[in-house]
Design a protein around this ligand. Structure first.
Ligand code: NAG
Ligand code: NAG
Ligand code: NAG
Ligand code: NAG
Ligand code: NAG
Ligand code: NAG
Length: 721
């Protein structure tokens, strides 16, 4: 009884009366559903399942569903209550409770490969506003031996197809929803499974335990594979004395190989669970459908192990490298073919066996070559970052001291740390050029993030057209940005986007630079010579120091720190820019850094973290004098010699002695005596907290003069790029 009451209560909780919105003029633009209905509730439910916001009942005869209210009908008596058919051409409108769009229509998930799937769709039937679309691929099952991410992609509302990049042999629940201001709409969902890919690691060569007449005892080891299941292992006998080349495609059983004159064959197929550690080649049993034929005595054999990975009718295989053995089973020499194509190491070469080595070399070369080719193909399919052209080994460089060892796979690893922005999600404004960098133009643009468009700076690089040297430099500069990692006071690398021709490097966009902000703050409020407060100026210095400390902790040397290279986002938040790929300037605005350069650099030493501290001292001075030109009374060519002879920036009447001493410490000749950025940051914070003795004062005094700003002295005469 109680239960019944409860149900009754629940079902009446949101009755038609509660949902009644009022009387409206009927709109016939929306779709009409002439459903067989008896109550308003039924009409409401019909419209709700169709993802409409409103159910409209006209003249107690027809039920319409729609997303927009028409013109409200006022002052008619009948609208004081539900019309129930007594008013002509007026509908009673009910809210269905649904706010979000329906599922996208005509969704097609096609061309599912080992690395991607294509998805296309049409807008949902019912919506009021669509900001964009969100695709999510939730991993349901994978063979990967790590926990993979379930990726998510967002698109603008004019995108109706895309290619999503996925892991191989992985089952995903792919969902697609239309994003509205009220949240994500009803999702379309489908489960797909990507194809198996060639095994990640080739199996290890077996250990030959002993060779005994027509038998050979070998030891096998298991292999791991993230690219698909391990279906079985093949044991392949290879006749070393025949001068044949091992070709995966001509692998046969013993009898077939014999008939066709092929001197290698599959002698056993072992299920992974049956992989006993020891296996006897030539024991005359059948393994799978293969006869394990006895070996011929006095013939040299090698054993190759094949890994078979089959999923949904597709099979991929990988093979161990050749390992030659003598008739008695002792290993003569080993040719290692590591996963890295570049590494081939010959070991223990016996002089009498040079011919052996020659054959092995050819075989190894062929195996490697096919591997490299398939790898290349795979990479270009995935459009991996900067791997479109030949792989470039990146060497140690001046930016990053004590660089960790750079490997060939380095950029592949790095790429995982960079957000990949789908091309159709990136809008470049071709007419709004922000500047020119060494490798291309930088335009303003926008990307879609968390259902809002955010402005970005887009560096367009014609990757294919770069010379090898430029490409190397470009990678290095990109690498510097990637290594920087996110920090509030450093311009962020948002991500990269690639097409077959171009690499787009997407950076955080801030339009104001510190130099302009400082010069713009020169203003005479009553009793003041700046509209910026001393505290704001110190805040900027402190936050630049935080950003520099972050760069230093990532072992990045900036080399060009000055106010022009610091951008200022809303609320006086400085963001360091002008290093790595974040260097770009308008044509007639190429900075000359002479006035910020450390003494040792003039003497020919390389830049280091302490030369950045020197530049920071100059920048601090620049902030305190509101954008004045350092050493404004000397020309650019005089500066190096004067600095070496002891010239330093002067103390102003409005700096405290402590603040000036602190600046001087940044310009010590002995680099060890200059503070590092952490110490520097602490000192600046102490200055700021000490309100008793202000270190800086923008109070006007008699005969005050701004430090001169000479644009020509800060701009390079010859083009830098
Ligand atoms: C809906 O059905 C009712 C009665 O069955 C009919 O009078 C009305 O004309 C129909 N409306 C439409 C738009 O088909
Ligand atoms: C309907 O009534 C509302 C307030 O009750 C009023 O603001 C609005 O102007 C009226 N509209 C018409 C068409 O009379
Ligand atoms: C109701 O709508 C019909 C068709 O749109 C029209 O012919 C009729 O005159 C309208 N009646 C009133 C009272 O407005
Ligand atoms: C899907 O694959 C087929 C055949 O491989 C190709 O013709 C077609 O263009 C592909 N479709 C898309 C959308 O990539
Ligand atoms: C798509 O987005 C734009 C910009 O936000 C908006 O003006 C337009 O109405 C949207 N389109 C749809 C179908 O919602
Ligand atoms: C896939 O995701 C949708 C939406 O979240 C969910 O309704 C559906 O049950 C999921 N399917 C599977 C097989 O997990």
């Amino acid at each position: 009884m109680i239960k019944l009451y409860l149900i009754l209560f629940l079902s009446t909780a949101l009755s038609a009366d509660d949902r009644f919105k009022g009387c409206y003029k009927t709109i016939f633009s929306t779709q009409t559903y002439n459903v067989s209905w008896t109550t308003s509730e039924q009409c409401i439910n019909e419209c709700k399942t169709r993802y409409y916001r409103y159910a409209m009942v006209q003249n107690a005869r027809s039920c319409y569903c729609g997303n927009y209210l028409g013109e409200e009908v006022n002052n008619t008596l009948s609208c004081d209550q539900i019309c129930d058919g007594f008013c002509d051409n007026v509908t009673d409108v009910f809210a269905t409770g649904n706010l979000v769009p329906g599922p996208p229509e005509e969704v097609k998930l096609t061309n599912v490969t080992d690395s991607s799937a294509h998805i296309s769709w049409k807008p949902p039937k019912s919506y009021t506003k669509i900001n964009g679309y969100v695709i999510k691929a939730t991993v349901i099952h994978t063979y990967a031996n790590y926990i993979p991410n379930s990726p998510e992609w967002s698109y603008l509302n004019d995108t109706f197809s895309t290619k999503i990049i996925l892991l191989p042999a992985t089952k995903y629940n792919v969902t697609l929803c239309a994003l509205s201001p009220d949240g994500c709409g009803a999702p379309f969902s489908r489960v797909i499974e990507t194809e198996v890919r060639e095994p990640e690691n080739p199996p290890e060569s077996p250990n030959i335990i002993k060779r005994d007449g027509d038998r050979m005892e070998i030891e096998l080891s298991e292999t791991s594979n993230s690219n698909g299941p391990i279906t079985s292992y093949l044991v392949i006998v290879f006749n070393d004395d025949s001068q044949q080349i091992f070709q995966e495609d001509s692998l046969k059983s013993y009898y077939e190989a014999k008939r066709e004159g092929i001197n290698y064959y599959i002698t056993a197929e072992l299920k992974p669970e049956n992989i006993q550690r020891r296996f006897i080649v030539g024991d005359k049993n059948y393994y799978g459908k293969y006869y394990n034929a006895p070996l011929e005595t006095n013939v040299h054999y090698s054993i190759i192990i094949g890994l078979v990975s089959t999923l949904n009718g597709k099979t991929k295989r990988a093979f161990s490298s050749l390992k030659h053995t003598d008739t008695d089973g002792t290993e003569e020499f080993i040719e290692v073919s590591g996963d890295s194509p570049a590494v081939i190491i010959g070991l223990s070469v016996a002089i009498g066996l040079l011919s052996f080595m020659f054959i092995a070399g050819i075989i190894g070369f062929i195996i490697l070559k096919s591997r490299v080719t398939t790898r290349r193909q795979r990479l270009s399919e995935n459009q991996e970052l900067t791997l479109q052209g030949p792989m470039i080994e990146v060497e140690n460089n001046g930016y990053i001291p004590e660089e960790e060892h750079t490997k060939v796979s380095y950029y592949r690893d790095l790429k995982q740390k960079v957000r990949t922005i789908p091309y159709n999600q990136l809008k470049v404004e071709p007419t709004n050029l922000l500047g020119i960098g060494r490798f291309g133009r930088v335009n303003s643009g926008s990307i879609y993030e968390n259902s809002t468009l955010i402005p970005v700076a887009v560096y367009s690089i014609q990757d294919k057209k770069l010379s090898a040297d430029d490409k190397k430099n470009m990678l290095r500069d990109l690498d510097v940005l990637i290594k920087t990692r996110k920090h509030d006071n450093v311009i962020a690398l948002v991500g990269t986007c690639e097409t077959s021709q171009m690499v787009f490097v997407v950076l955080e966009y801030v339009s104001m630079n510190l130099k302009d902000l400082l010069l713009g703050s020169r203003d005479s409020l009553p009793g003041k010579f700046s509209n910026m407060t001393e505290n704001q100026a110190l805040d900027i210095a402190i936050n630049v120091a935080k950003g520099m400390s972050h760069l230093a902790s990532n072992k990045i040397i900036h080399k060009q720190l000055c106010a022009r290279n610091v951008m200022v986002a809303n609320g006086f938040i400085p963001k360091i820019s002008g290093y790595g790929l974040s260097q770009f300037y308008s044509h007639n605005n190429l900075p000359d850094y002479t006035r910020w350069t450390a003494m040792e650099v003039f003497k020919g030493q390389a830049h280091n973290l302490k030369s950045d501290v020197w530049s920071f001292g100059c920048l601090l001075w620049e902030i305190c004098v509101l954008g004045g030109t350092p050493y404004g009374n000397f020309s650019n060519n005089e500066i190096p010699e004067r600095i070496i002879k002891g010239l330093r920036l002067p103390q102003m009447q409005y700096f405290s002695d402590e603040l000036y001493q602190f600046m001087l410490s940044c310009w010590q000749i002995d680099m060890d005596e200059r503070p590092d950025f952490d110490v520097l940051l602490e000192s600046l914070q102490t200055f700021q907290e000490n309100s008793l003795i202000p270190c800086l004062s923008f109070n006007l005094y008699p005969n005050f003069q701004y430090e001169q700003f000479y644009p020509d002295m800060e701009i390079a005469v010859r083009p830098v790029f």
